[in-house]
Design a protein around this ligand. Sequence first.
Ligand code: G3P
Ligand code: MG
Length: 251
Amino acid sequence: MRINLPNIIGHRGAKDLAPENTIPSLEVSVEHNIKWVEVDVKISKDKIPFLLHDDLLDRTTSGRGYPYNYLYKEILNLDAGSWFNKKFSNTYPPTLKEVLIFCSSKRIGLNIELKPNKGKERINVNAISSLMKKNKFSVQYYFSSFDYFSLKLMRRKMPNATLGYLINNFDEKKLTSILEDCLNLHCFSIGFNINIINRTLVKNCKEKNFLVTVYSNNNIEYRTAVDLWAIGVDSIFVDNPAYYKKMLDNS
Ligand code: G3P
Ligand code: MG
């Protein structure tokens, strides 16, 4: 299914303004008038989908090791905010369900990135798809992933799901095979690392009718964003929406 995306999407909420992948990060996005946010999802030992970017709990929580070794009730007790700023010490890693309810209530769209630990792809997709099927969230959303296998699994579980493929570099696949894979899976978008995006790449994706998104490890500056939109990029993942204030206030 094809959906429209705004030209700015909050990255892990608004990761420069509040701890990434937490409710405060989503709240600050809403305060900045962001209309869509992106989050990364993993599963706990008891197969609860929750927000976490890294393979390990260590960088962004008070926990240690792999998330799939802990029950969600243990993860819920972790501090997911102090590493960013002491004032967020009461912040925990939220479940995807809580995030979907939050986005529904604020009427913002959600990009759910499937980011399973290696070997956990099937459990991750099963848990997320069954959450989506069991509940009726009034939220616009799409799934994305760097992991083609996860997208393939999701397509099987949810034939009508909206899917986007993410590409970090061209080491593993050439653009022609990426486009072919995306056509086969009926993806609606392709997301590229800012380091590899260029006009020709965008043109090639557009010819096949894909939306193009761009992400970076660092906040994309407004001037850079303007250049990216000018070459046809549809959406940019932004860490700090404050840089886009004027635009967001008028949206
Ligand atoms: O979906 C865009 C972006 O989130 C991909 O990179 O590592 O921040 O999840 P990462
Ligand atoms: Mg992500």
